[in-house]
Design a binder for this molecule. Structure first.
Ligand SMILES: [Ca+2]
Ligand SMILES: [Ca+2]
Ligand SMILES: [Zn+2]
Length: 420
């Protein structure tokens, strides 16, 4: 039996175990082997057939066929996810989908585009002006019993649990709430690197590797930067880069940062995790007493950080993008929860308005939908605050109608931060 025939048989086998699924990018590669595992040793084709299902997730089947008769000797799913669990630093014990490889498990999730988490081994990238001469490693974490981490930093896998969990929740939020399949929308996963550098006080998304990197923090200012809202924030930069591609300076840069704060916060709420309850603070899990504030940023009143803008002004685009974002963060908070004092999930807020008007919220789920649609349909690389007002009004019109309470609330919330 020739190789192409073996390939056909394996493709048919893959189709028959994925009945009803539309498979794309089907490939099958036969290799001639001596099969000694099924009776008398004989020449056989071992064919690995792989494809992507309708969700963009890889499916695979390995088929052994007798090289002379073409009879199937054996077949198995060769890419199977197994459910393990991890004890994280910030989010308690969480389920993890992993990949079994022989007698070990890899921290790699076949159900979410094979996103994996690797160890950067405290190394750093060597890059100048966007060109990298060397990169820190991303050696995939492995484990023998599929129970990962201990909840403390003494186990290097603990931060990896948080990072992988952050990917899971972010992936699920975009998929289940917005119908977006993966960060790039192509069903492909990415990877995380944890333990980057030494005492590294940052986490970053990098478009060139389409990957996430987390430092361990110096322990005084920040702990490991692997919290859920940081993960959601950073991966949302990947979503922005594939959609509106907001230029990272001036007002568009502030909108880029705000998009990550707003959608990262939606990710945190979506998780419904009791160990890291939903709030409108950014980075509340990672700050240490040395930072001097309860969070990196405060959406109800951004100026609580001493640097961010609560309201639009003609000079707001001159601020660092992490502070000009305040205007849109404030808008999103007001639109979700409304103005004035309130306590939500045990956190106290008191959101002011520029015009002194009292604003009524429409709930965070609608804010997430309006912002995502504005980002992916209406905003462009040069969108400024006035354009963001128009983009979100258009999104609210599409979703709820021009005469809807939601449309009116979007207009009122922008006016409350002086964007008219
Ligand atoms: Ca929280
Ligand atoms: Ca938060
Ligand atoms: Zn950012």
């Amino acid at each position: 039996m020739p190789a192409p025939k073996a390939a056909d048989l394996a493709v048919n086998a893959l189709r028959s175990v994925n009945l009803g699924e539309t498979l794309r990018r089907l490939t099958a590669k036969p290799e001639l082997v001596v099969d000694a595992l099924h009776g008398t040793p004989r020449l056989a084709w071992r064919t690995h057939a792989v494809a992507l299902d309708a969700q963009g997730n890889p499916v695979a089947r390995t088929v052994i066929t007798d090289a002379s008769s073409g009879a199937q000797i054996d077949a198995w799913d060769s890419l199977e996810s197994v459910t393990g669990d991890g004890t994280s630093l910030y989010s308690g014990t969480v389920p993890l989908e992993t990949t079994q490889s022989g007698s070990t498990y890899q921290l790699k999730d076949p159900t979410r585009g094979n996103t994996y988490t690797g160890d950067a081994a405290n190394k750093t990238d060597l890059c100048f002006f966007g060109i990298c001469f060397s990169r820190a490693p991303s050696t995939v974490f492995t484990d023998t019993d599929n129970h990962w981490g201990t909840g403390t930093t003494s186990d290097r896998a603990t931060a990896a649990v948080d990072a992988q969990y952050g990917t899971n929740v972010t992936w699920d939020y975009y998929k289940n709430v917005h119908g977006r399949n993966g960060i790039a929308g192509d069903g492909k996963g990415s990877y995380n690197r944890v333990h980057y550098g030494n005492n590294y006080n940052n986490a970053f998304w990098d478009d060139s590797c389409f990957c996430m990197t987390y430092g361990d923090g110096d322990g005084t200012t920040f702990g490991p930067l692997v919290a859920l809202d940081v993960a959601g924030h950073e991966m949302s930069h990947g979503v922005t880069s594939k959609t509106a591609a907001l230029t990272y300076s001036g007002e568009s840069g502030g909108l880029n940062e705000a998009t990550s704060d707003i959608l990262g916060t939606m990710v945190e709420w979506y998780a419904g995790n009791a160990s890291d309850a939903g709030d409108y603070l950014i980075g509340e899990e990672i700050v240490k007493p040395g930072f001097g504030q309860a969070a990196l940023r405060f959406m109800d009143k951004p100026s609580k950080d001493g640097r961010s803008a609560d309201y639009w002004s003609s000079s707001v685009g001159n601020l660092d993008v992490h502070y000009s974002s305040g205007v849109a963060n404030h808008f999103a908070y007001l639109l979700a929860e409304g103005s004035g004092p309130k306590t939500i999930n045990g956190v106290s807020y008191d959101s002011p308005t520029y015009n002194g008007a009292s604003v009524t919220g429409i709930g965070r789920d609608k804010v997430g939908k309006i912002w995502y649609r504005a980002l992916t349909v209406y905003m462009t690389s040069s969108t400024k605050y006035s354009g963001a007002r128009t983009a979100t009004l258009n999104a609210a019109k599409d979703l709820y109608g021009a005469g809807s309470a939601e449309y009116a609330a979007v207009a009122a919330a922008w006016s409350a931060v002086n964007v008219n």
